[in-house]
Write a protein that binds this ligand. Structure first.
Ligand code: 6PG
Length: 252
């Protein structure tokens, strides 16, 4: 696993534009090498501008017909809820680009429970990865955000004693239902685990704003206590890259 590297930009617009161009490079390289590009998307609001850029300015640069999209996490709400990570991407990106609907792998949250939703998604992701068994990876790119408490996807400090990380790896638990902290509703969530995320070729974080400066500094400086931040445990075969704006970088 290579170390993390970070790239600082004047603002979220510049960081989003640089990340969009990097995603295009990765997508074109993956399609040239393997005939497809597989990406898991971040939820939350930070990537909205990135998704808009991919849907408009860079629409014709992305190989959408060969792109497969998963989600790093989802809230257990209907697909068209404003709280849904799928819905955000549906509105800003999916409706505007020619990606085949069969290549959009949504976490199904309309039936059963968060637990059954996680089981179904794990089966779908594992089955998808078996198509290329020679590839010891899940995604070409895992796109991730950072919470103020250092969480990423729906991997929160409250849910992640160290032993769970090893257990998920050992048991190949790739998707889990978790009860998020009640300060960050909706509480029922489905998340990819480190066992799935850390099998990515690249992990790209997009981080913006002064509220993220503290966890960002702790994680990137590997300061004491950084291990309380779930995002600190993200790895990737070819590297973890942080795309951050100046406001988030002030604490470095
Ligand atoms: C979620 C996300 C979560 C997000 C961070 C940052 O479902 O909320 O997956 O991990 O990336 O909380 O959220 P913002 O971009 O809204 O600050």
């Amino acid at each position: 696993m290579t170390d993390a590297s970070f790239h600082v930009f004047s603002d979220l617009e510049a960081a989003s534009d640089a990340l969009a161009r990097t995603l295009i490079e990765r997508a074109q390289a993956a399609v040239a090498a393997r005939g497809r590009f597989v990406m898991s998307l971040a939820g939350g609001s930070t990537p909205n501008r990135l998704y808009q850029l991919l849907a408009n300015v860079y629409r014709d640069s992305m190989p959408w017909e060969y792109t497969h999209i998963f989600w790093g996490d989802e809230r257990f709400v209907p697909w068209n809820s404003p709280e849904s990570n799928y819905y955000r991407v549906h509105e800003t990106l999916l409706q505007k680009v020619p990606i085949p609907s069969s290549q959009v792998y949504r976490i199904i949250t309309e039936s059963g429970s968060a637990r059954t939703a996680a089981q179904l998604y794990q089966a779908e992701l594992m089955s998808f990865c078996r198509i290329n068994p020679e590839l010891d990876q899940t995604f070409d790119v895992a796109l991730l955000g950072l919470g103020e408490d250092g969480h990423t996807a729906s991997l929160f400090p409250e849910n992640l004693p160290q032993e769970f990380i090893e257990e998920d790896e050992a048991r190949q638990n790739w998707v889990k239902a978790i009860v998020g902290p009640d300060w960050r509703p909706p509480v029922q969530r489905i998340t990819l685990t480190y066992a799935a995320l850390n099998r990515s070729d690249y992990a790209f974080f997009l981080v913006s704003g002064a509220s993220k400066a503290k966890p960002l500094a702790k994680i990137l400086n590997k300061e004491v206590g950084h291990s309380a931040y779930p995002a600190a445990f993200i790895k990737a075969h070819s590297g973890v890259h942080w795309f951050v704006d100046e406001a988030a970088h002030t604490g470095m």
